[in-house]
Design a protein around this ligand. Sequence first.
Ligand code: CP
Length: 318
Amino acid sequence: MSDVLGTTHLLGIDALGTADIELIFRTADGFKEVLSRPIKKVPSLRDVTIANLFFENSTRTRVSFELAEKRLSADVVNFSSSSSSTKKGETLVDTVNNILAMKVDMVVMRHPDPGAAVFLSRHANARIINAGDGTHAHPTQALLDAYSIREKLGKVNGVKVAIVGDILHSRVALSNIQCLQKLGAEVMLCGPSTLMPKYVEHLGVRVTNNLDEALKWCDVANMLRIQLERQGGDGIANFPSLREYAMLYGLDGNRYRQIGKEVVIMHPGPINRGVEITSEVADGANSIILDQVENGVAIRMAVLFLLASGLERGSANK
Ligand code: CP
């Protein structure tokens, strides 16, 4: 068990209490200050070894975790499934236990299968951080998103957040809902019915199929990527065409101006420019998309630092 968080691993937001999230934010505040210095490095995780295991593509999360680890002076090893022995049929548990045998303390894992991080936490003797598992959870993305709202608006409690688009395939949506609700925000989901999960009524959120209604209601709009790679077939199984999707659920400059008030624009990336959001809005004055990416490093430094508390270093232990 971590000495300071109510959890040994970070598998999802559900295991974190509100006090845990606030502690992560306060710790990230300190690391943001470190990242503004000419020398952006502290010795906090010296002698801690971290393996980054990516079984699915990533740009932001992979680079952000690696930078966070290096800024904390951890020893880092990177693993990509495309160049590994998983291609020869090795199982996930065998792969990870072989890496842990080399005295790794913490594992950051992205995997296409929902539940992969939970499974690993039960079969591997290391602290596991879920960097995204299929359509299930992406806890550090939710933390950095809520942290970015707090930074922009000064609070999360009471803020109205619309999450727009492909909710069905989105691990970001589920983790965001849990994190925002723990911090007292109101959440509305907006998208076509075919991209809403069946269990949506159990999530404690408002739901609409009308983007203009969602935009008028919210203070923050988090525009999700259409996850074509998870829709099977030719990638468009849940709506007629990308053009129709963009007309109904895409946010362009004209639609933004019709809201008649300032709405903070977020996107977890990678962006399908011209589909869920146009460049005019993504790169506009009310967009905090690159602030989200910047804050990701400080948030991941905080998570790694707090989860490593109480760790007997170099011994691959829980
Ligand atoms: N937001 C996010 O998870 O991006 P990557 O897939 O590039 O890591």
